[in-house]
Design a protein around this ligand. Structure first.
Ligand code: SF4
Ligand code: SF4
Length: 155
């Protein structure tokens, strides 16, 4: 993984993203790493790290973030949201980053066409990992009522 280079940092980037999803959805991140620890994609893609991506957004690393393949690997499963002590929903940040990357020409159609092929695998991986974790009682959170409803043991 490359070192973080701040020479081209753009402080407006954090505001751009915050305008879309709300400033309070990014700023409270204190880099605890719980999101990265539970992320099912991280288990198979070593460089994918939601904690680091949030940090890069906060630091204003627009070009590096929007041109990174890694923003496409989030399967939007919300496992990280369930454990984040600050209530940050990385899936929303990822969705906005993907949209910006397309709108500003950071991503080529060729890449998206190729990525579709592994997207189904990632989504299936996330679904299965999350289901198993909820069943095992990993999430005690009220944030995932739909999953708890489907996995609650009958007494
Ligand atoms: S779990 Fe939440 S507070 Fe912790 S690093 Fe991830 S986003 Fe930031
Ligand atoms: S939404 Fe799922 S895949 Fe995306 S960063 Fe969070 S845990 Fe990982």
């Amino acid at each position: 993984m490359k070192d973080i280079d701040l020479s081209t940092a753009n402080p407006e980037f954090r505001k751009d993203i915050a305008q879309k999803i709300g400033l309070e959805k990014i700023d409270p991140c204190y880099q605890c790493g719980s999101c990265t620890g539970v992320c099912p994609v991280r288990e198979v893609v070593e460089d994918f790290d939601p904690r680091r991506l949030i940090h890069m957004v906060v630091l204003g690393m627009r070009q590096e973030v929007l041109s990174s393949d890694l923003i496409w690997f989030c399967c939007l499963c919300n496992s990280c949201y369930a454990v984040c002590p600050q209530g940050i929903r990385f899936s929303r940040i990822a969705a906005e980053l993907q949209k910006l990357a397309v709108d500003e020409g950071y991503v080529k159609q060729d890449f998206l066409d190729e990525f579709v092929k592994i997207n189904g695998y990632l989504k299936d991986l996330c679904r299965r990992t999350m289901f198993n974790k909820v069943r095992a009682g990993f999430y005690g959170s009220h944030k995932m009522p739909c999953w708890q409803k489907h996995t609650k043991k009958k007494v």
